[in-house]
Design a protein around this ligand. Structure first.
Ligand SMILES: C[S@@+](CC[C@H](N)C(=O)[O-])C[C@H]1O[C@@H](n2cnc3c(N)ncnc32)[C@H](O)[C@@H]1O
Length: 355
């Protein structure tokens, strides 16, 4: 039988987890609703009202799946598959929360203006076109400054959590059990992991928290986002930062045991996805693992298909629809990386592939 003090400690942790996640859901849902109000109707005058088009959405299943992601997250923590999340290890100060909120709400007005003017190419300048591919130079989801500035990188985590009403962290963490499985039997002191399109580095922070000795590389094409990742990951001195295109990283062949790509592929045009899949295959050691996390696709949760259909109508996401229809198994098999497993985590899917 489990000793009483251990039962009490687990109960206290579960309570703290529940209270933290409930507070986060309230906080981000409030910002989501305020943001939606500022953006206004997502369709132009004369078009069918957006709200009506949520008709086929299975709202009961949506609520259940939302609760399930937190239940699964807690079960994984309780089972020791990964540690308590960052928001519990280092809770943000009230001042930081206030600043994030003020910045998010101020920016939401700009996003709304851009959305109504269909302003998705503000970051496209001749100078940048010499350095970056055209598809990268867009204001994805009408975000201010695209991937180009420190301000955008500062705001990114708040925007993603708000979009998913506080569940983005829990969804991303569902990649950690797949990493644990991939690393089982490996010598952590020599194993190497690459996070492709690392963004502001939040996922890599969870990876390092769970495997501090793991040799990790953070790669992103955006200097601003890579800079933010450096700040967010500052307490780990041994991370390698690479500013490069995921299509051609310049990293050596067969140099990684695990590659992660979180919410990267839906931002890539179909032809570029094939190139990046080939680059991943080149970088993985034989037997190495790719853990790819992105949106669910059509048919994964049929009652949510209407959300996938509407998302690129409301936000500038030019490759999202084609990603939701893509055959991922074929995409990676053609590159030499074979599908091994998948898990649905609310609105995300964790797909595991082996070289
Ligand atoms: C939606 S964000 C995801 C960031 C992060 N993985 C996360 O989970 O929040 C996509 C990231 O991919 C980066 N990115 C987009 N295209 C890229 C490319 N071709 N090569 C490298 N990074 C790219 C962007 O700069 C951005 O940081």
């Amino acid at each position: 039988m489990e000793p009483l003090n251990s039962v009490i400690a687990t109960g206290a942790k579960r309570f703290a987890y529940g209270a933290t996640q409930a507070a986060r859901v309230l906080w981000y849902t409030g910002h989501y609703m305020a943001g939606r109000r500022m953006v206004g109707p997502l369709t132009e005058p004369g078009e069918a009202p957006y709200a009506d088009e949520f008709g086929p959405l299975d709202r009961v299943r949506l609520k259940t799946a939302f609760r399930e992601i937190f239940k699964t997250d807690w079960k994984n923590i309780e089972a020791g598959r990964y540690k308590l999340p960052a928001e519990m290890r280092q809770p943000p100060s009230p001042l930081k929360l206030w600043r994030q909120s003020r910045d998010y709400l101020r920016d939401a007005r700009k996003v709304a203006r851009r959305k109504h003017q269909r302003g998705h190419s503000e970051v496209l300048t001749p100078a940048r076109q010499e350095k970056y591919p055209r598809y990268f130079l867009q204001n994805f989801h009408y975000q201010t400054d695209g991937w180009m500035t420190a301000g955008s990188a500062d705001r990114y985590d708040m925007q993603v959590e708000t979009l998913f009403t506080g569940s983005a962290g829990a969804m991303r963490r569902q990649a950690l059990p797949a990493i644990r499985k991939a690393l089982a039997g490996e010598d952590i002191a020599t194993a190497r992991l690459l996070d492709l399109g690392c963004g502001a580095g939040r996922f890599l922070a969870e990876v390092k928290e769970n495997w501090p000795a793991l040799d990790a590389t953070a790669l992103d094409l955006s200097p601003a986002y890579l800079g933010k990742a450096r700040t967010n990951l500052g307490r780990w001195k041994d991370i390698t930062y690479v500013e490069a295109n995921a299509e051609a990283t310049g990293l050596p062949d067969a140099s990684f045991d695990v590659i992660t790509a979180i919410y990267l592929f839906h931002e890539l045009p179909p032809a570029v996805r094939k190139i990046v899949a080939k680059e991943i295959s080149r970088l993985l050691k034989p037997g190495g693992t790719l853990v790819q996390v992105d949106t669910i696709q059509y048919g994964d949760e049929p009652g949510f298909d209407i959300l996938l259909e509407n998302f690129p109508r409301g936000f500038h996401e030019p490759y999202y629809d084609s990603y939701c229809r893509a055959e991922l198994k074929d995409l990676f098999a053609d590159a030499g990386v074979i599908h091994a497993d998948e898990t649905i985590a609310f609105l995300s899917k964790i797909s595991v592939f082996r070289k």
